[in-house]
Design a protein around this ligand. Structure first.
Ligand code: 6PG
Ligand code: NI
Length: 184
């Protein structure tokens, strides 16, 4: 092969599996999410070791202007009637936006401004989500299979979880065969 041509990492669009590069995986388990779900009794009854989501990030340079690529695999499940979701965060560098792409599964992207205005975008294979600056974001899996979403964000964005200690203003629950959105 021509020595000037490099093989980049690959994403399998159907599954979100990343390959061909250094990968850093972080698994978030039920035990890591105290106070996140509305029903704390149901949370205590769950298996603390159960994986709620895995985030794979391609190892890449960090610095002003450099971007990260990662995939979140949010498993299907509930705590009580509330669907599994990510912790959710503002970026520490609030002015940094982010792009999410739905790869598989079905769910919702919950967006919330610093003023507390929230909205939900439907996530499906092929959906494109342009998360604006100054906007907190959380994935919610409303389906019965893993929800996988590819993300591209600034390597200097960082995470501010503390700013959402009070939680988001919307929660999403299973109701019969459908879903119910409740205002906290
Ligand atoms: C980021 C991305 C994304 C996110 C994961 C897990 O800024 O890094 O938004 O990779 O971190 O989906 O969500 P939490 O960071 O909220 O646990
Ligand atoms: Ni983010």
């Amino acid at each position: 092969m021509n020595p000037d041509i490099f093989l980049p990492p690959q994403v399998a669009w159907a599954t979100g599996a990343l390959a061909g590069g250094p990968l850093i995986r972080k698994t978030t388990r039920l035990a890591d999410l105290p106070g996140i779900f509305a029903n704390s009794e149901a949370w205590k009854c769950g298996d603390p070791q159960q994986s709620v989501y895995d985030v794979d990030v391609l190892g890449s340079p960090v610095g002003e202007g450099a971007l990260f690529v990662g995939v979140t695999h949010l498993h299907a499940g509930r705590v009580g009637d509330e669907f599994f979701m990510t912790r959710g965060h503002f970026h520490a560098r609030r002015e940094q936006g982010e792009i999410y792409f739905g790869l598989r599964g079905v769910g919702l992207l919950l967006l919330q401004t610093e003023a507390g205005d929230a909205r939900l975008e439907q996530v499906t294979a092929g959906s494109v989500h342009n998360i604006p600056p100054f906007t907190a974001h959380r994935l919610i899996n409303t389906g019965s299979e893993t929800l996988s979403s590819l993300a591209v964000w600034s390597s200097i964005a960082g995470h501010d979880y503390a700013a959402l200690a009070e939680g988001f203003v919307l929660r999403v629950f299973a109701a019969g065969q459908g879903i119910e959105v409740r205002h906290d």
